[in-house]
Write a protein that binds this ligand. Structure first.
Ligand code: DPP
Ligand code: ZN
Length: 876
């Protein structure tokens, strides 16, 4: 593929007014007629041709105002259709007919088949696989869609908008027509046809519009869609209450399919979901599954305003809809659950997924300026960092001005395809604040490093903070300007109360936000009665790495007294990380591994503190991951040493905390029917944390095996199985439990994914052989993205010791898998390959093997644009 540059953006020469699509569906040969009304944009040369996008299409007809276009006036290539000799000013109609096979569409982009159902995925550039079209987000048109299909196998015919009508055609086929009154870009087009079950409900909007809500799933799975439906209704209500946004059609539909590249897709009025994010019941879904379903249902629904009503001018603006919509779904989940616990989970995810991306060869700005393959920019940087940037706008402006800016955005840009600059301008207009420096967050890649140190002057009662920010170089950006970093903070006095400075100089402070805007800044607080302990980045107000050397004692003070719960967790996490980094170094040099008593005391104090909610205490007990430790060390990493060090710390905590953990396991047990709410989930989480430390201290599989046999929900069952498999991979109890689990859930693919993932993450070098064996299990299916992700993806992303084998076999295995997957599904292959994004931070033997494996991929012939883009950037 060619590199696309933001600076080359220009509007289309022709304006598309209306689209009429007629599909004659057939698994082997589907025929599509697209009738499009265009007019030449004012000022465009009368000889300019119309250029449409295409991808793997066979064109069977081309008409201009119903007359065949002579061969001399058009040219069709692999990826474009160019038509000349078009009317100068008058509107004209182009009719393109294409024919192609949905059945052989294994890329899962465009229109394809999944379990005998026709479905579509058009974001980002899938619509061009259906017909020649101006397939870009700034082309907004009104669509009418006619669908013709075999009535017996496809009784259900769905598309965007409102249902117009349908009829039997008398030849075994029937048709249905849909009309979507809202102008939309082609990436929001959707079509579903097949035989599915439905769950029906309704919602009345604040202004009194009755909306039918339909969730379509495979027959027999209807009861498992109840939680998704409930989450949908809560999302609709929340968006009215918090953002003042109502739904705008008479029907909202969700279809769950089992073969899907992404999590879900926000097509106008017809969302299509990976069934993993729709189907749930206590027997088969974990608490994490429920939380994900709630978040993703909300996310896609919220896109109706942030993405669909207001869309992106071009794909460089992807964060305009994604960062903002992730922010909205985060806020929704925070309101539905515990805000502090939700924030901790978000930050853990950001640090373990986005920070490594930002620190490696795939780093890119939230709003990139160039791409080769847009599919590769659906990244945690665009999504999660994009959300953090939105959150910072809210932090800087405060709640009311942020709301005013959002209202202005909806008012100004409804029905438009806009840019990040348009978005920012709304907040500047609403607040009167200049956000120019702040906008660097969209343009500069890399996680800023903030270093801080403080000195206390007892005589003057002043506390002086020296702050410095650096933004590391990233590919294509060697030097960076200082950013506007909003750091929420508090100064804690030795008794745990918060100091109230009488005056501050050297920085703008609003509420508890310190605005760091210079490369170096010295901030002086007056009227501080004794030496304070600074607590920085409350609520993780800025996505930065913070280097502040603090004693365990000071961190413990924060952990006990901060009013911000997130900051308490952050202090404990930092204390744990200090220990884990030290332990990794000790393991590497063969020294005895020492665990600081202060850490053990602080963790156990928090874990046993009944005033704190169970979910929070469980987060405290969950130590930084091996990836987190590796990132903190930064370079020359040895995953085996990191693992060994971490195990030793876990063992020390387990031994010291036996009584606490035994008490937690008892006190946190639940009786009565399963409930997926946040409180019950928190109790299960804390109980399982306690259990895992107890099993650790015991050194015997008995407790885990008991937990496995007595579990009455998937959360407890899968936790028990994980404990057995990870701690006692070769025990008879483990083999038995794995067999029981497999037998019981063999016909539930989503649960079998857990069975694969648990085994793929067993620590140690021998897991590769296990993964290889599992690939020939009859339940594995190399063409289903969820299966491939659960086994191959999980192994590469989440098994540090197994994947990073010192002999390089893990990398060689992955390289072959990538090449194989790439022949069917390039997007999936490229995504799994990003698991190697941190290869340069490994010690040199592993890094050498990783490089060879990447080079092997790069050398292969017929690589997709998706994989070749990733591998080239990784090797650069
Ligand atoms: N636009 C989808 C989402 O993030 C992903 N394709 O919701
Ligand atoms: Zn999205």
């Amino acid at each position: 593929g060619q590199i696309v540059h933001l600076e080359n953006y220009r509007p289309t020469d022709f304006v598309l007014e209306r689209v009429d699509l007629t599909f004659e569906l057939d698994p082997r040969e589907t025929k599509v007629e697209a009738r499009m009304i265009f007019h030449r944009r004012e000022g465009v040369s009368p000889s300019a041709p119309l250029v449409l996008d295409g991808d793997e299409l066979t064109m069977t007809g081309l008409l201009l105002d119903q007359v065949a276009v002579p061969g001399t006036l058009y040219e069709a290539t692999d990826d474009t259709l160019t038509i000349r000799g078009l009317p100068e000013a008058a509107p004209f109609e182009i009719t393109v007919t294409t024919a192609w096979s949905p059945e052989t569409n294994t890329k899962l982009m465009g229109l394809y088949r999944t379990s005998d159902v026709y479905c579509t995925q058009c974001e980002a550039e899938g619509f061009r696989r259906i017909t020649y079209f101006p397939d870009r987000p700034d082309v907004l048109a009104v669509y009418t869609v006619n669908i013709i299909a075999d009535k017996a196998s496809a009784p259900l015919l769905l598309s965007n908008g409102n249902y117009l009508g349908g009829a039997d055609m008398g030849d075994g086929r029937h048709f249905a027509s849909w009309f979507d009154p809202h102008p939309k870009p082609s990436y929001l087009f959707a079509l579903v046809a097949g035989d599915l079950g439905v769950v029906e409900d309704a919602f009345t909007t604040a202004s009194g519009r009755d909306v039918a809500l339909n969730i379509y799933v495979e027959h027999g799975k209807e009861p498992r869609a109840a939680y998704a439906m409930d989450a949908l209704k809560r999302s609709m209500k929340w968006d009215e209450e918090v953002f003042g946004r109502e739904y705008d059609l008479d029907i909202f539909m969700i279809v769950a399919v089992s073969d899907f590249n992404m999590g879900a897709m926000e097509n106008k009025g017809l969302n299509i979901f990976n069934d993993k994010y729709v189907l749930a019941d206590p027997e088969t879904a974990t608490d994490a599954d429920y939380a994900n379903i709630e978040a993703i249902i909300a996310h896609e629904y919220f896109h109706n305003w942030t993405g669909n009503r207001i869309t992106c001018r071009d794909w460089f603006q992807l964060c305009l809809k994604e960062g903002l919509t992730v922010y909205r779904d985060h806020e929704f989940s925070a309101d539905m659950r515990s805000r502090a616990v939700k924030r901790i989970a978000e930050v853990r995810h950001l640090k373990s997924e986005q920070f490594p991306e930002d620190a490696g060869p795939l780093a890119h700005p939230v709003r990139p300026t160039q791409y080769r393959e847009i599919n590769n920019f659906y990244t945690t940087t665009v999504y999660e960092k994009g959300s953090e940037v939105t959150r910072m706008i809210a932090t800087i402006l405060g709640r009311d001005l942020f709301k005013k800016g959002m209202d202005l955005y909806f008012e100004r840009h409804d029905g438009q395809a806009v840019t990040i600059e348009d978005f920012i301008a709304c907040f500047e207009a609403a607040s009167g604040r200049d956000l120019k420096q702040f906008s660097l967050w969209y343009h500069q890649a890399g996680t800023p490093l903030v270093t801080a140190s403080g000195t206390y002057d007892a005589a003057r009662q002043t506390y002086t903070l020296s702050l410095e920010q650096t933004v590391p170089p990233t590919p294509g950006q060697s030097s960076k300007a200082p950013m506007h970093i909003p750091l929420r903070f508090g100064l804690l006095l030795p008794d745990g109360s918060e100091a109230r400075p009488s005056a501050v100089s050297g920085a703008e402070i609003t509420g508890d936000v310190l605005h760091l805007t210079e490369r170096k800044q010295t901030v002086t607080f007056s009227g501080i009665p004794s030496e304070p302990v600074p607590s920085f980045n409350r609520g993780f107000s800025a996505p930065v790495n913070l280097h502040l050397t603090q004693s365990a004692e000071h961190r413990a003070l924060i952990a006990r007294h901060e009013t911000d719960l997130f900051a308490r967790w952050q202090a404990l996490n930092a204390m744990a990380l200090d220990n884990l980094v030290k332990a990794a170094a000790e393991a590497r040099t063969g020294q005895p591994i020492d665990c600081d008593d202060a850490l053990v005391d602080a963790l156990l104090a928090a874990a046993g503190d009944d005033r704190l909610e169970p979910a929070f205490r469980s987060q405290v007990l969950s130590l930084p991951s091996e990836t987190d430790i590796g990132r903190e060390i930064g370079s020359n990493n040895d995953p085996d040493a990191i693992y060994a060090g971490r195990q030793a710390i876990l063992a020390a905590i387990a031994t010291a905390g036996k009584d606490t953990f035994a008490r937690l396991v008892n006190e946190m047990s639940l009786s009565g029917p399963f409930r997926p709410d946040a409180d019950s989930a928190g109790r299960r989480a804390l109980r399982n944390s306690g259990l895992s430390y107890l099993v650790y201290a015991d050194g015997s599989p008995d407790k885990a095996a008991d937990a496995f046999s007595s579990a009455n929900n998937m959360t407890d069952l899968s936790q028990a199985l994980t404990l057995l498999a990870h701690r006692f991979p070769d025990a008879r109890e483990t083999a038995d439990a794995l067999a029981v689990f497999k037998k019981r859930f063999a016909d539930n693919a989503l649960v079998i994914d857990k069975w694969f993932a648990i085994q793929a993450t067993i620590p140690g070098a021998s897991t590769l052989d296990r993964v290889r064996a599992l690939m020939s299990d009859p339940l594995f299916n190399a063409s289903n993205p969820n299966r491939v992700r659960s086994l191959v993806g999980t192994f590469a992303f989440a098994n540090a010791t197994g994947f990073n084998r010192i002999d390089g076999e893990g990398y060689r295995f992955l390289a072959r898998q990538i090449l194989d997957i790439d022949t069917r599904n390039p997007q999936l292959a490229a995504r799994i390959l990003t698991s190697m994004r941190s290869w340069r931070s490994l010690e040199k033997i592993r890094a050498g093997h990783a490089r060879s494996a990447l080079e092997e991929i790069a050398r292969a012939s017929n690589l997709s644009a998706d994989v070749s883009d990733i591998v080239d950037r990784m090797l650069k």
